[in-house]
Design a protein around this ligand. Sequence first.
Ligand SMILES: [Zn+2]
Length: 349
Amino acid sequence: MTCLASVASTRWARRFFLLGGLLMLAVPGNLQAALTLQLTFGDPERRWAEFYPAITSNLKAAAQDWGQYLESGATLEVDVVFVDDPYFRVRAASVASSPFTTPDGITVFEQGVAAEIRTGKDPNGSAPDIRLEIGIQYLTTGLWFDADPVLRSAPVPHGKVDAMSVFLHELGHALGLNGWTSPYDGSCPNEHKSAFDRWVKFDGTNFFFHGPQAMANYGGPVPLTYGNVFHVGNSAPRPGQELKSDVMNGEVQVCGERYYLSRLNLGMLADTGLPVRMPLPALTRAKLNGERVEFQVHGPRARWYRVEVSTDLVRWAWVMDYVSTHPAMTIVPEDDFGSARRYYRAQIF
Ligand SMILES: [Zn+2]
Protein backbone atom coordinates (compact mmCIF):
# COMPACT_ATOMS: atom_id res chain seq x y z
CA MET A 1 0.00 0.00 0.00
CA THR A 2 1.23 3.46 -0.81
CA CYS A 3 2.12 5.54 2.20
CA LEU A 4 1.67 9.23 1.76
CA ALA A 5 2.43 11.99 4.14
CA SER A 6 2.30 15.73 4.09
CA VAL A 7 4.74 18.09 5.65
CA ALA A 8 4.04 21.77 6.04
CA SER A 9 6.90 24.07 6.73
CA THR A 10 8.35 27.42 6.05
CA ARG A 11 11.96 28.09 5.30
CA TRP A 12 12.33 29.92 8.54
CA ALA A 13 9.82 28.56 10.97
CA ARG A 14 8.35 25.41 12.40
CA ARG A 15 7.85 22.16 10.57
CA PHE A 16 4.80 19.95 10.92
CA PHE A 17 4.57 16.43 9.68
CA LEU A 18 2.63 13.25 9.71
CA LEU A 19 3.92 10.42 11.87
CA GLY A 20 2.15 7.22 12.73
CA GLY A 21 -1.07 8.48 11.26
CA LEU A 22 -1.24 11.57 13.46
CA LEU A 23 -1.49 14.66 11.34
CA MET A 24 -0.19 17.77 13.05
CA LEU A 25 -0.96 20.83 11.09
CA ALA A 26 -0.61 24.51 11.62
CA VAL A 27 -4.04 25.95 11.08
CA PRO A 28 -3.61 29.34 9.45
CA GLY A 29 -5.14 32.21 11.33
CA ASN A 30 -8.56 33.19 10.10
CA LEU A 31 -7.36 35.73 7.57
CA GLN A 32 -9.96 38.42 7.15
CA ALA A 33 -9.87 41.81 5.51
CA ALA A 34 -8.75 44.11 8.26
CA LEU A 35 -8.42 47.41 6.41
CA THR A 36 -11.40 49.31 5.11
CA LEU A 37 -10.85 52.08 2.58
CA GLN A 38 -13.10 55.06 1.96
CA LEU A 39 -12.25 56.82 -1.29
CA THR A 40 -12.85 60.38 -2.33
CA PHE A 41 -11.87 61.71 -5.75
CA GLY A 42 -10.30 65.15 -6.08
CA ASP A 43 -11.83 65.58 -9.52
CA PRO A 44 -14.35 68.44 -9.23
CA GLU A 45 -15.65 68.13 -12.78
CA ARG A 46 -15.70 64.32 -12.59
CA ARG A 47 -13.59 64.18 -15.75
CA TRP A 48 -12.24 60.72 -14.92
CA ALA A 49 -15.40 59.33 -13.36
CA GLU A 50 -15.45 56.38 -15.75
CA PHE A 51 -12.34 55.10 -13.93
CA TYR A 52 -13.73 55.48 -10.40
CA PRO A 53 -15.21 51.95 -10.16
CA ALA A 54 -12.04 50.25 -11.42
CA ILE A 55 -9.76 52.36 -9.21
CA THR A 56 -12.02 51.65 -6.23
CA SER A 57 -12.21 47.88 -6.73
CA ASN A 58 -8.47 47.46 -7.38
CA LEU A 59 -7.43 49.74 -4.52
CA LYS A 60 -9.78 48.01 -2.08
CA ALA A 61 -8.47 44.62 -3.18
CA ALA A 62 -4.91 45.81 -2.58
CA ALA A 63 -5.89 47.04 0.88
CA GLN A 64 -7.56 43.71 1.60
CA ASP A 65 -4.40 41.91 0.52
CA TRP A 66 -2.19 43.87 2.93
CA GLY A 67 -4.91 44.05 5.57
CA GLN A 68 -5.26 40.29 5.99
CA TYR A 69 -1.82 40.30 7.64
CA LEU A 70 -2.49 43.25 9.94
CA GLU A 71 -4.16 42.96 13.32
CA SER A 72 -6.37 45.99 12.86
CA GLY A 73 -9.84 47.04 11.95
CA ALA A 74 -8.86 50.53 10.78
CA THR A 75 -10.84 52.54 8.28
CA LEU A 76 -8.57 54.67 6.10
CA GLU A 77 -9.67 57.65 4.03
CA VAL A 78 -7.97 57.84 0.64
CA ASP A 79 -8.02 60.97 -1.48
CA VAL A 80 -7.42 60.09 -5.14
CA VAL A 81 -6.21 62.98 -7.29
CA PHE A 82 -5.34 63.10 -10.98
CA VAL A 83 -2.11 64.66 -12.21
CA ASP A 84 -1.96 66.27 -15.64
CA ASP A 85 1.68 65.45 -16.40
CA PRO A 86 2.55 62.92 -19.13
CA TYR A 87 5.61 61.73 -17.21
CA PHE A 88 3.85 61.22 -13.89
CA ARG A 89 2.71 57.70 -13.05
CA VAL A 90 1.46 56.91 -9.53
CA ARG A 91 2.45 57.99 -6.04
CA ALA A 92 0.85 57.37 -2.66
CA ALA A 93 1.84 58.52 0.79
CA SER A 94 0.46 58.75 4.26
CA VAL A 95 -0.65 62.35 4.79
CA ALA A 96 0.38 62.60 8.44
CA SER A 97 3.26 61.29 10.52
CA SER A 98 3.59 61.18 14.29
CA PRO A 99 6.37 60.53 16.84
CA PHE A 100 6.70 56.80 17.47
CA THR A 101 9.80 55.95 19.44
CA THR A 102 13.11 57.50 20.52
CA PRO A 103 15.97 54.98 20.26
CA ASP A 104 19.33 56.62 21.06
CA GLY A 105 17.59 59.95 21.66
CA ILE A 106 16.56 60.32 18.01
CA THR A 107 12.84 60.74 17.45
CA VAL A 108 11.49 58.18 15.01
CA PHE A 109 8.24 59.06 13.25
CA GLU A 110 5.68 56.58 12.02
CA GLN A 111 3.23 57.15 9.20
CA GLY A 112 -0.14 58.49 10.29
CA VAL A 113 -1.66 55.45 8.60
CA ALA A 114 0.55 53.16 10.69
CA ALA A 115 -0.40 55.02 13.88
CA GLU A 116 -4.08 54.55 13.08
CA ILE A 117 -3.62 50.85 12.37
CA ARG A 118 -1.56 50.34 15.51
CA THR A 119 -3.60 52.39 17.99
CA GLY A 120 -7.06 52.60 16.43
CA LYS A 121 -6.88 56.41 16.75
CA ASP A 122 -6.86 58.58 13.64
CA PRO A 123 -4.12 61.23 14.10
CA ASN A 124 -5.68 63.57 11.55
CA GLY A 125 -9.36 63.08 12.26
CA SER A 126 -11.66 63.04 9.28
CA ALA A 127 -9.01 64.45 6.90
CA PRO A 128 -7.67 61.97 4.32
CA ASP A 129 -5.11 59.48 5.64
CA ILE A 130 -3.61 58.60 2.24
CA ARG A 131 -3.12 60.77 -0.81
CA LEU A 132 -2.98 58.75 -4.03
CA GLU A 133 -1.88 60.64 -7.14
CA ILE A 134 -2.39 59.10 -10.58
CA GLY A 135 -1.05 60.58 -13.81
CA ILE A 136 -3.87 61.02 -16.32
CA GLN A 137 -1.88 59.66 -19.24
CA TYR A 138 -0.72 56.69 -17.20
CA LEU A 139 -4.32 56.08 -16.11
CA THR A 140 -5.72 56.19 -19.61
CA THR A 141 -2.98 54.44 -21.57
CA GLY A 142 -0.59 52.65 -19.18
CA LEU A 143 -2.67 50.90 -16.54
CA TRP A 144 -4.85 47.83 -16.86
CA PHE A 145 -7.57 47.28 -14.26
CA ASP A 146 -8.39 43.71 -13.38
CA ALA A 147 -12.15 43.07 -13.46
CA ASP A 148 -11.63 40.64 -10.55
CA PRO A 149 -8.66 42.00 -8.58
CA VAL A 150 -9.19 39.47 -5.77
CA LEU A 151 -9.02 36.36 -7.95
CA ARG A 152 -6.37 37.86 -10.25
CA SER A 153 -6.57 35.19 -12.94
CA ALA A 154 -7.28 37.03 -16.21
CA PRO A 155 -4.17 37.56 -18.34
CA VAL A 156 -2.56 40.97 -17.96
CA PRO A 157 -2.40 42.48 -21.46
CA HIS A 158 1.04 42.86 -23.01
CA GLY A 159 1.96 46.51 -22.98
CA LYS A 160 -0.12 47.30 -19.89
CA VAL A 161 0.81 47.55 -16.23
CA ASP A 162 -1.37 45.69 -13.73
CA ALA A 163 -3.00 48.41 -11.60
CA MET A 164 -3.53 45.97 -8.71
CA SER A 165 0.23 45.37 -8.55
CA VAL A 166 0.83 49.14 -8.64
CA PHE A 167 -1.66 49.73 -5.84
CA LEU A 168 -0.10 46.97 -3.70
CA HIS A 169 3.23 48.75 -4.15
CA GLU A 170 1.84 52.21 -3.38
CA LEU A 171 -0.07 51.05 -0.30
CA GLY A 172 3.21 49.56 0.92
CA HIS A 173 4.63 53.08 0.94
CA ALA A 174 1.55 54.53 2.65
CA LEU A 175 1.62 51.82 5.33
CA GLY A 176 5.24 52.23 6.32
CA LEU A 177 7.85 51.76 3.59
CA ASN A 178 8.70 55.42 3.33
CA GLY A 179 10.75 58.14 4.97
CA TRP A 180 13.23 60.96 4.50
CA THR A 181 16.55 59.23 3.81
CA SER A 182 18.43 60.88 0.95
CA PRO A 183 18.51 58.23 -1.80
CA TYR A 184 22.09 59.10 -2.79
CA ASP A 185 24.05 59.71 0.42
CA GLY A 186 21.86 58.31 3.23
CA SER A 187 21.57 61.57 5.15
CA CYS A 188 18.35 62.48 6.92
CA PRO A 189 17.28 66.15 7.03
CA ASN A 190 17.31 67.54 10.59
CA GLU A 191 18.00 64.01 11.83
CA HIS A 192 14.34 63.18 11.21
CA LYS A 193 13.94 59.47 10.77
CA SER A 194 10.91 57.44 9.86
CA ALA A 195 10.26 53.98 11.25
CA PHE A 196 11.72 52.76 7.92
CA ASP A 197 14.73 55.15 7.89
CA ARG A 198 15.90 53.87 11.28
CA TRP A 199 16.88 50.55 9.68
CA VAL A 200 18.58 52.00 6.57
CA LYS A 201 22.39 51.82 6.33
CA PHE A 202 24.50 53.29 3.55
CA ASP A 203 27.95 51.77 3.16
CA GLY A 204 29.16 54.56 0.91
CA THR A 205 28.12 52.71 -2.23
CA ASN A 206 24.92 50.79 -1.54
CA PHE A 207 21.90 50.93 0.76
CA PHE A 208 20.72 48.06 2.95
CA PHE A 209 17.75 47.55 5.26
CA HIS A 210 18.75 46.12 8.64
CA GLY A 211 15.35 45.51 10.23
CA PRO A 212 15.52 42.18 12.09
CA GLN A 213 12.39 40.61 10.62
CA ALA A 214 13.27 41.60 7.07
CA MET A 215 16.81 40.24 7.52
CA ALA A 216 15.47 36.98 8.95
CA ASN A 217 13.29 36.55 5.88
CA TYR A 218 15.91 37.60 3.36
CA GLY A 219 18.89 35.97 5.04
CA GLY A 220 20.86 39.14 5.70
CA PRO A 221 20.77 42.89 5.12
CA VAL A 222 18.23 43.61 2.38
CA PRO A 223 19.56 45.54 -0.64
CA LEU A 224 17.61 48.77 -1.17
CA THR A 225 17.41 50.52 -4.50
CA TYR A 226 20.14 53.10 -4.96
CA GLY A 227 18.48 56.40 -5.89
CA ASN A 228 15.03 55.07 -4.87
CA VAL A 229 15.74 53.94 -1.38
CA PHE A 230 12.26 53.03 -0.07
CA HIS A 231 12.34 50.07 -2.43
CA VAL A 232 14.25 46.79 -2.78
CA GLY A 233 16.58 45.44 -5.44
CA ASN A 234 19.02 46.83 -8.01
CA SER A 235 20.36 46.09 -11.43
CA ALA A 236 23.90 44.73 -11.69
CA PRO A 237 26.48 45.52 -10.49
CA ARG A 238 24.59 46.68 -7.41
CA PRO A 239 23.23 44.00 -5.02
CA GLY A 240 19.75 42.44 -4.96
CA GLN A 241 19.14 41.65 -8.61
CA GLU A 242 16.78 38.81 -7.65
CA LEU A 243 14.58 41.36 -5.85
CA LYS A 244 13.66 43.06 -9.11
CA SER A 245 10.62 40.75 -9.25
CA ASP A 246 9.45 41.92 -5.81
CA VAL A 247 6.32 44.06 -5.70
CA MET A 248 8.33 46.72 -3.81
CA ASN A 249 11.19 46.75 -6.32
CA GLY A 250 12.48 50.20 -7.12
CA GLU A 251 13.12 49.89 -10.83
CA VAL A 252 10.07 48.88 -12.83
CA GLN A 253 6.79 47.03 -12.81
CA VAL A 254 6.98 45.08 -16.03
CA CYS A 255 4.08 45.27 -18.47
CA GLY A 256 2.01 42.09 -18.63
CA GLU A 257 3.22 40.87 -15.21
CA ARG A 258 1.53 40.43 -11.84
CA TYR A 259 3.26 41.10 -8.57
CA TYR A 260 2.35 39.60 -5.20
CA LEU A 261 3.16 40.34 -1.58
CA SER A 262 6.10 38.43 -0.11
CA ARG A 263 7.44 37.49 3.31
CA LEU A 264 10.09 40.13 2.75
CA ASN A 265 7.46 42.85 2.27
CA LEU A 266 5.66 41.75 5.43
CA GLY A 267 8.90 41.49 7.39
CA MET A 268 9.91 45.02 6.41
CA LEU A 269 6.50 46.33 7.40
CA ALA A 270 6.75 44.51 10.74
CA ASP A 271 10.11 46.19 11.30
CA THR A 272 8.41 49.58 10.98
CA GLY A 273 6.33 48.65 14.03
CA LEU A 274 3.09 47.41 12.53
CA PRO A 275 1.42 44.32 14.02
CA VAL A 276 2.00 41.90 11.14
CA ARG A 277 0.89 38.26 11.17
CA MET A 278 2.95 35.76 9.20
CA PRO A 279 0.67 32.81 8.49
CA LEU A 280 2.13 29.37 7.90
CA PRO A 281 0.86 27.03 5.22
CA ALA A 282 -1.02 23.91 6.27
CA LEU A 283 -1.26 20.66 4.30
CA THR A 284 -4.15 18.25 4.51
CA ARG A 285 -3.52 14.52 4.68
CA ALA A 286 -2.55 13.24 1.26
CA LYS A 287 -4.76 10.67 -0.41
CA LEU A 288 -4.75 8.65 -3.58
CA ASN A 289 -7.04 9.75 -6.35
CA GLY A 290 -6.74 6.90 -8.82
CA GLU A 291 -3.03 6.60 -9.51
CA ARG A 292 -2.27 10.13 -8.40
CA VAL A 293 -1.49 11.65 -5.03
CA GLU A 294 -3.68 14.58 -4.02
CA PHE A 295 -3.69 16.94 -1.07
CA GLN A 296 -4.58 20.52 -0.25
CA VAL A 297 -2.43 23.40 0.83
CA HIS A 298 -4.20 25.99 2.98
CA GLY A 299 -2.94 29.52 3.49
CA PRO A 300 -3.33 33.10 2.33
CA ARG A 301 -4.30 33.74 -1.26
CA ALA A 302 -2.34 35.78 -3.78
CA ARG A 303 1.04 34.51 -2.59
CA TRP A 304 3.76 32.39 -4.20
CA TYR A 305 4.03 28.88 -2.74
CA ARG A 306 6.57 26.14 -3.30
CA VAL A 307 5.84 22.44 -2.82
CA GLU A 308 8.69 19.98 -2.27
CA VAL A 309 8.84 16.20 -1.89
CA SER A 310 11.10 13.87 0.03
CA THR A 311 11.37 10.17 0.70
CA ASP A 312 13.55 10.53 3.79
CA LEU A 313 12.68 13.96 5.27
CA VAL A 314 16.31 14.91 4.62
CA ARG A 315 16.67 15.52 0.91
CA TRP A 316 13.90 17.57 -0.65
CA ALA A 317 13.12 17.91 -4.35
CA TRP A 318 11.21 20.71 -5.99
CA VAL A 319 7.72 19.80 -7.14
CA MET A 320 6.09 23.04 -8.18
CA ASP A 321 5.74 26.77 -7.60
CA TYR A 322 2.33 28.35 -7.86
CA VAL A 323 0.30 31.39 -6.88
CA SER A 324 -2.66 30.69 -4.61
CA THR A 325 -5.87 31.99 -6.11
CA HIS A 326 -7.88 30.55 -3.21
CA PRO A 327 -7.20 29.92 0.51
CA ALA A 328 -7.23 26.14 -0.18
CA MET A 329 -5.45 24.84 -3.27
CA THR A 330 -5.60 21.22 -4.38
CA ILE A 331 -2.21 19.88 -5.39
CA VAL A 332 -1.80 16.84 -7.64
CA PRO A 333 1.97 16.49 -7.98
CA GLU A 334 3.59 14.49 -10.71
CA ASP A 335 6.29 12.15 -9.51
CA ASP A 336 7.68 8.72 -10.25
CA PHE A 337 7.96 7.32 -6.75
CA GLY A 338 5.44 4.57 -7.44
CA SER A 339 4.37 3.02 -4.17
CA ALA A 340 7.22 4.40 -2.09
CA ARG A 341 6.48 6.43 1.03
CA ARG A 342 7.06 10.08 0.47
CA TYR A 343 6.47 13.35 2.21
CA TYR A 344 5.40 16.72 0.92
CA ARG A 345 5.99 20.15 2.35
CA ALA A 346 5.02 23.65 1.32
CA GLN A 347 6.38 27.10 2.00
CA ILE A 348 5.10 30.57 1.29
CA PHE A 349 7.42 33.14 -0.24
ZN1 LIG B 1 7.53 53.10 -5.00
